[in-house]
Design a protein around this ligand. Structure first.
Ligand SMILES: CC(C)(COP(=O)(O)OP(=O)(O)OC[C@H]1O[C@@H](n2cnc3c(N)ncnc32)[C@H](O)[C@@H]1OP(=O)(O)O)[C@@H](O)C(=O)NCCC(=O)NCCS
Length: 175
């Protein structure tokens, strides 16, 4: 499955993306705000990329992870995923290498994946959580048409820190 936007190409993650995943996820300011563990070595990213690409081969994938490439120069810039916490409810996650932040790329990719969830998969709701201290991510979700619905207090524990997260959502009926 390949998705195109004006400036981006989204294609299923491959095992061979592991070095780029590692370079991104180990960059300061990426894994912590996103809420996943910082990879310690490239082996962690190899394991991640192998699992995420294997999902695509399942009959009913639990999570679809796309690599985001710039169409102009085919440079790999990040990842975006769509998972299904409940039947008919799609949940977004995304991270970009910091070198590419601030160009509207994450918003462009998120809009495309939201459309995919509704049109191809018949979702009745698309949602995403975002750390209350992550205004860039909140901006992405607003740009993708999701609305802030509230604060999930004490939702994520990372190390010793318990975090509040915003819940953003868009129901099919309000699209
Ligand atoms: C969150 C992330 C994906 C945003 O990527 P991006 O390509 O820079 O996002 P965009 O350029 O589409 O910008 C989105 C919005 O961020 C906001 N924004 C941009 N720069 C900002 C800044 N310096 N401070 C606060 N908000 C900012 C704006 O609202 C912007 O949209 P607008 O300019 O149209 O109003 C990127 O910062 C990232 O990978 N962060 C680490 C991982 C992460 O936090 N993932 C989110 C998991 S919930």
């Amino acid at each position: 499955m390949e998705l195109l936007t004006t400036r981006l190409r989204l294609r299923p993650i491959r095992q061979s993306d592991a070095p780029r995943v590692y370079a991104m996820a180990s960059s300061p300011g990426v894994a912590v705000p996103a809420g996943y563990p910082t990879p310690k070595t490239i082996r962690d990213s190899r394991t991640y990329a192998a699992r995420a690409s294997a999902e695509w081969r399942k009959r009913k994938p639990r999570q679809l992870t796309f690599s985001i490439l710039r169409r102009g120069d085919t440079i790999w810039i990040g990842l975006i995923s769509l998972r299904w916490p409940h039947n008919g409810v799609g949940e977004l996650g995304y991270s970009l290498h910091p070198a590419f932040w601030g160009n509207g790329y994450a918003s462009e990719a998120a809009r495309r994946v939201v459309a995919l969830a509704f049109t191809k998969f018949g979702a009745h709701r698309v949602q995403a959580t975002c750390w209350v201290k992550n205004p860039r991510s909140a901006g992405v979700l607003k740009n993708a048409g999701l609305r802030k619905e509230g604060t999930l207090r004490g939702y994520l524990k990372r190390g010793q820190i318990v975090r509040d997260e915003f819940m953003f959502g868009l129901a099919r009926r309000e699209r």
